[in-house]
Design a binder for this molecule. Structure first.
Ligand SMILES: [Zn+2]
Length: 124
């Protein structure tokens, strides 16, 4: 087994664990961490894909054989990202940064204290 195969196998295990995680009901901050991890994973898959493509252009058949697998993983990661985006968008409530009151998603201002719930909408 080559070094690349080992790397690929550990990447696959990581993906399977992450996919299982996105199936759980988790908080919005955890979802955002998850989203950032998936984006990192997508970036490293793009890099890996580039290396495999480059090596295959130079006649490395072993690397060429990996391209489809990497693409498959990339599609999986993009699908995970979509799932997480949907979960984030449908998060039931948003917590006021000042008073801590939970407000329903979609409102701009806290129903308790009137604070803007989105940092980028109001400058201090
Ligand atoms: Zn508030």
């Amino acid at each position: 087994m080559s070094k690349f195969d080992n790397t690929f196998d550990s990447a696959k295990r990581y993906f399977d664990a992450a996919a299982a995680k996105t199936g759980e009901v988790i908080g919005s901050s955890k979802l955002k961490v998850e989203r950032s991890q998936i984006r990192t994973r997508i970036n490293s898959l793009y890099a890996r894909l580039g290396r495999a493509y480059y090596a295959s252009r130079n006649g490395n058949a072993e690397e060429e054989a990996l391209i489809d697998k990497i693409l498959e993983k990339l599609e999986g990661a993009m699908s995970d990202l979509e799932d997480v985006e949907v979960l984030i968008a449908s998060s039931k409530s948003i917590k006021c940064p000042i008073c801590g009151k939970k407000n329903s998603a979609g409102v701009d201002f806290c129903k308790e204290c009137g604070m803007s719930l989105y940092d980028d909408e109001e400058e201090f």
